[in-house]
Design a protein around this ligand. Structure first.
Ligand SMILES: *[C@@H]1O[C@H](CO)[C@@H](O)[C@H](O)[C@H]1NC(C)=O
Length: 127
């Protein structure tokens, strides 16, 4: 009997945690909440400055897909298109539109004067 109670308690604990992990103790991420971020920092100075770009999914629960950035006239030649594909002026897609896991960050460097970049559209894949 003792063993069975302990087992039930264990099972309950497990199920509660599993349910928390799936459904979250916060609301699922919505478009306006936990928006992805793009950070740039200058890592190389001099004649040809280098910038490090870090794109992060800030949702702790869900992958983000089809993340597009406003990227001005950023040229494709500066970055591997698998990381950032230039589609048209001011429209670049991150990771070929494929999911970035919860809190995953993608980073690349480019050597040029700085291009401003910011998130444009994205979708959270909750469930
Ligand atoms: C970008 O540059 C920084 C500083 O030099 C370096 O630490 C980092 O590894 C570089 N990232 C990539 C993806 O090359």
């Amino acid at each position: 009997m003792q063993g069975q109670t302990a087992f039930k308690l264990l099972l309950w604990t497990f199920l509660t945690f599993a349910s928390l992990l799936c459904h979250g103790w916060e609301e699922k991420c919505t478009t306006n909440d936990h928006a992805p971020t793009v950070q740039q920092s200058q890592v190389g100075f001099g004649r040809s400055p280098t910038f490090m770009v870090e794109v992060q999914n800030n949702c702790p629960m869900c992958p983000v897909i089809n993340l597009h950035l406003k990227c001005g006239s950023f040229p494709q030649t500066l970055v591997n298109p698998r990381l950032l594909k230039v589609l048209s002026n001011n429209d670049c897609v991150v990771n070929s539109g494929l999911p970035l896991a919860p809190l995953q960050k993608i980073s690349f460097n480019y050597s040029h004067q700085m291009y401003l970049m910011s998130p444009k559209i994205w979708y959270f894949q909750c469930e």
